[in-house]
Structure formats: C-alpha cells, structure tokens
Write a new protein. Structure first.
Lengths: 424, 185
C-alpha cells in the first residue's frame, strides 16, 4: 500500500502542471525562427472513396462476367486485381468483413466516430447480394481471392461435417458483435489470418493462424469463406432472396450432374425427383419444435456460465479484476492506472456496466444462435420444387467452375452445332 | 406474354424489400449521428502517455508508425538536455556514447550560447520513448510520442490502442487528425 502511494506521488510529481515549466523559454538574441511543427496530414481524403469506387466497379463488372458473359477466366482476373489493389496496396483495411464491427458499435455507442465510407463499405456488398448473390465473395473480396489462388483440391466434404462447421459463422458474428458493441475489441480483425500477409509483416504472435489457414486453403476449398467469415454468413442469408441464381447453363439443361460434381463448395443442388415426403417431414418438424424450448433453456444456461470467461476481453473489466485481486502481480497497467486521473470508483462503475452488457449480449446471442440453427433445420424440410440443377445462392461462391464443367454451356459458348442439328 | 409472379418470387420480393428497409432505416439512424468524412485516425493523448515502449512493439508495422515529435516552443534549449544526454555521461557533446537515444535519432545543434536545438530524425526514431521519459521527468516535456498519419495504415482497431496501459490512444476525426503539444498559456 505504501509502495502504491509512493508510486502515485512520483507519477504526480513527474507530470508537469500546465502553468509552469522547469526551464524558462529561451531568449534568443538573433532572429531565431522556431521550426514549424507540420506533421504530414493523413492520406488525402479521397483515398477511402477510391476504394469504394473500386469496390462498386468490381462488383458491377463481376455481375456482368458471372451472369451475362459467364466467364470463369474473367472472374478470376477480377479477383487477382482485387487481391493486388484491395489486398496488397490498400493492406486489406477497412474491409467489409471488419466494417461490421464499427457499424454495430456505433448503433450502441453514439459517441463513436463512424466514417461514412466505412458504412458504405459495409452496405454495398450486402445490397448487391440482395439482387445478385455472393458476387462479393466470388471475385471482389481479397481474402477470398487469396484462398481461390491456393485452392487445389476439389474434394467433397461429408454433409454432417459441413453442417456442423456452418454453425461457426453466425456464432462468430454474435461473439464479435458483442465484443464490438461493448467497445472491447474487434475480434474479426484480431483473428484475421490473411491481413498480415497484405501488410507483409510476418513477425506477429498470430503467425501460426496465418500458416494454418494457408495450408487449409490448399486442402479444403476456401475454408475461411465457407466456415468462418461472419460477413459471408450475412451475405449468404441475404443472397437467399436474390433474383439471379447461378446455373451452369440457362437452357437445354440435360440434368447430367457434372456441375454438381465439379462444384468445390458443394453448392449445386439436385432437382427434386421423388414426391415430397409430407408426413415424414411433419413428424420431423414436430420433433424439432418440441426440443426447441429445452435447447433454448440449455443455451441460456450455458451462456450464463460461460460468459465470465469472455469478460477479460474488455479492458475495463480486466483492469478492475487485476486491481481487486490481491495476488495479481504489479504490471504497467496498474502503475499507469494509479498515476492517471480515473478514480477507482469510476473504473468500478464502467467495469460492472461492461460486465452486465457482456452477460446480456452473450445470453441473448446464444438464444439467437439456437433460433438460427433451428431455423435452418426447419428450412431444410421445406418443399423445394426444383426441377433442374442449380446452385444454392447461400452456398455458391460464384467461382464459375460449373460454367467450365457443363457440356451444354460449352456447346453454347463455342457455337458448336447442337446434336439435333448434326443428326439432321 | 408476361410470366405470372409465383408465390415464391412474391415472398422473395417482400423479403428483399424488408431487408432493404431495415438497412435503410439503420443507415439513416447512423447518418443522424456524428458522421465524419472518412477514414479511421488514431492519436495518442500526450498527457496520458507513460512512455512504456509498447508503441514500438505493438504497432502492426515495423518500424512503428509512432514517432517522437518535438514541440520546440516548450523546449528550454538547454545545454544539459536530459532527453539527449544519458544520466551518466562523459561530456556534453554529440558523441554517440553520451546519447540516450539508442538509434541516434535525436540530433543536437548549437544555436547561440547557451542554447542548443534538438531535432528528431524520424527515419531513425523507433518510438522507444526513452528520451521522452527523461524529458518529462527532468525537463520541460517538449518531446512526445505521436502517431504519424502518413505512416499509419489506419487499422479498424489500433493494436497499440488495445495494449496501451494508460488507455491514451483514441480515435479522432479526419477534420482534426493530430493531437500536438503546445505551450499552454
């Protein structure tokens, strides 16, 4: 205690009062000009707008390449250009994936400065997804472009495994959302595996994460996009309402299924051949609705128990815990706190407030997650009424490989005569 | 012949309209708030900084985007500069063994007796904070650490800000992107 008091005194005495300085201002005899303090202003104001223009242009061009010209080569070129500009030149920040966090935070914290460019970067890919599907994922996102370059294998993933993994994006979104709106940290940015490649800064504590994802990208097709990216999940949900759907060929489809086997993301769905099993599905629906309330209770309880583990992400909470824990050893943070001008009572108030927000956020978030999972299960039981092969807009990452695999599309592109014409 | 609108497409249209309405409402709500031109600009509050050396190690860039800046109007132009010379030094000169700065970024120029001018060479500064700590403790505190906006890559959430022990780093608007020390009245 005496030690803390002494440190406090030292800190106070070492910080200068605004009224006096230890040494007086020099009296120069000659004409001495004080050097101007002219720190260079930040990048000119239009650079973030340039990023937006690039984003919109890439999205619109990708739309035409995907649905009108149906060219995988074109989409690939756009994705490489995006990797170069949005990735390596602009260092991948601020990206739509990360922009989710300041947008969420500013909804809850009115004092946060939200640049209009960040809001637009968040909205524009979502709006295009509403009409055109996940074209942002396909050829504009630099993270996706990098994974696309590394993708080697076309292996199918067993359905149960991918169904479980697909729970991660909404869960990550909720966790990152709670962390962002409490102003604790931007988790999506913190655990982004590819941004340190864009910054060409490899001496970082998260380097193993980058290495793991680079290796995974070779073995699995676009692991981050399909199983981790929270913004990708938002795009997938919105894409379900899109007007346009990716089909390997628009007309003369012969249901050969080559597009389905060539799709690396398992996005192409089969046509419905059997009758809709109404009775079975009604039983399943009843079962789902019965276990729903129990799952909700279980989720709320688990959230209530597990939430305190996440509290230290918030700096006020971790500082408060450190100061009230007599076993905690002295650290820079504690010295800085005692030397600063925030009182312990103020810290306590803000820490307890943050704890309450986190607890509320995690519990509500877990309930929402359960509803999302159950909603997906119910949706999978609906009568799809599909009579040809087409891509599920939520899963399809708009790579264009099905265009290259489809024999009828090839016939159409190369202007080869149709089989009927040859025979006649 | 116009294609009849199926129930599925109708529902999709309603859903799409709903999502657009939500996004529009959310955006207008956010537009009504404090809205600045563009970009994320982070600045260190010089009064809160404790010169802990984390600005050098925590920045995503190497070398750090933080540099030592000299507020000349506050400086005493002393011969015995505690920010320039080591505590235990052989003589008050520009010899390297007497300098506190590990990279030799602080330079000393004679102006007139007894005044010396001290300038920071930003290309050499690594933001370790040693000169600032000494200047704060024994001098006028004219040296301070600050994020250079032309070097900074403007992260969504500044990594140094997250790890600053005194919470000295905060976001500022693009209209006023620098927090500089000035001689207070």
């Amino acid at each position: 205690m005496i030690l803390l008091f002494a440190i406090n005194l030292f800190m106070c005495s070492s910080s200068l009062s605004s009224q006096e300085y230890r040494f007086p201002q020099p009296e120069f005899s000659e004409n001495y000009q004080y050097p101007e303090l002219n720190p260079v202003n930040p990048e000119t104001w239009f650079v973030p707008w340039m990023d937006l223009i690039f984003l919109v242009a890439a999205l619109v061009i990708s739309f035409f390449l995907l649905y009108k010209f149906r060219s995988r080569t074109g989409l690939f070129i756009v994705s490489v250009l995006s990797l170069v500009y949005l990735g390596f030149i602009r260092k991948g920040c601020v990206c739509p994936v990360g922009s989710t966090q300041p947008v969420l935070q500013s909804l809850f914290d009115s004092s946060l400065i939200l640049p209009v460019t960040t809001l637009l970067v968040f909205l524009i890919p979502l709006i295009t997804a509403l009409f055109w599907g996940r074209i942002f994922c396909g050829s504009v996102c630099p993270l996706g472009a990098l994974q696309e370059l590394l993708a080697k294998f076309n292996g199918a993933m067993p359905k149960p495994v991918s169904s479980v993994l697909k729970v991660i994006p909404p869960a990550y979104l909720i966790l990152a959302g709670v962390s962002a709106l409490t102003g604790s940290d931007y988790l999506i940015c913190r655990f982004d595996p590819f941004v340190r490649l864009f910054r060409l800064n490899l001496n970082s504590v998260q380097l193993p994460l980058t290495v793991v994802f680079l290796i995974l990208s070779v073995v699995i097709y676009r692991p981050y996009c399909r199983f981790i990216c929270p913004y990708g999940w938002l795009l997938a949900m919105v894409s379900r309402l899109s007007l346009f759907k990716v089909r390997a060929v628009e007309h003369n489809c012969i249901n050969c299924g080559l597009c389905e086997s060539s799709c690396p993301a398992d996005a192409v769905t089969k046509p419905e051949t059997k009758d809709y099993p109404a009775k079975e599905n009604r039983k399943k629906l009843r079962l789902i609705l019965v276990i729903l309330p129990f799952t909700l209770l279980l989720a709320a309880f688990s959230a209530y128990t597990a939430a305190p583990l996440l509290f230290p992400v918030n700096r006020d909470i971790s500082m408060y815990r450190a100061l009230t824990n007599p076993l905690e050893e002295n650290s820079l943070e504690r010295d800085a706190f005692w030397g600063g001008d925030i009182s312990f009572e103020e810290l306590e108030i803000s820490a307890l407030k943050a704890e309450a927000m986190w607890m509320k956020g995690i519990i509500i978030g877990s309930l929402i997650l359960v509803l999302i999972i159950f909603g997906e299960m119910v949706l999978s039981l609906r009568n799809r009424k599909q009579n040809r092969y087409e891509a599920d807009p939520a899963e399809c990452l708009n790579c264009g490989r099905c265009y290259q695999a489809c024999p009828k599309e090839r016939v159409r592109k190369e202007g080869l005569p149709l089989k009927e014409e040859l025979e006649s | 012949m116009k294609k009849k609108l199926s129930r599925k497409d109708f529902l999709k249209l309603i859903g799409g309209g709903g999502v657009t309405a939500v996004l529009a409402a959310g955006s207008t709500a956010l537009l009504g708030r404090s809205f600045r031109k563009s970009g994320d600009y982070w600045q260190i509050d010089p009064d809160k900084c404790i010169q802990c050396d984390r600005c050098r190690t925590e920045c995503v860039l190497t070398p750090s985007a933080v540099k030592c800046i000299h507020a000349y109007v506050i400086c005493g132009y002393c011969d015995l500069c505690s920010g320039y010379l080591k505590q235990v030094h052989l003589e008050r000169s520009t010899a390297a063994e007497n300098q506190l700065c590990p990279t030799g970024a602080l330079t000393r120029t004679f102006i007139e007796d007894p005044y010396y001018q001290y300038t920071v060479n930003e290309d050499l500064c690594i933001a370790c904070g040693r000169c600032i700590k000494a200047c704060q403790a024994f001098g006028n505190g004219s040296l301070f650490l600050q994020i250079k906006q032309d070097l900074c890559v403007h992260c969504n959430y500044c990594r140094i800000a997250k790890n600053c022990p005194s919470g000295a780093i905060k976001k500022v608007s693009s209209e006023n992107p620098y927090m500089l020390k000035d001689r207070s009245l």
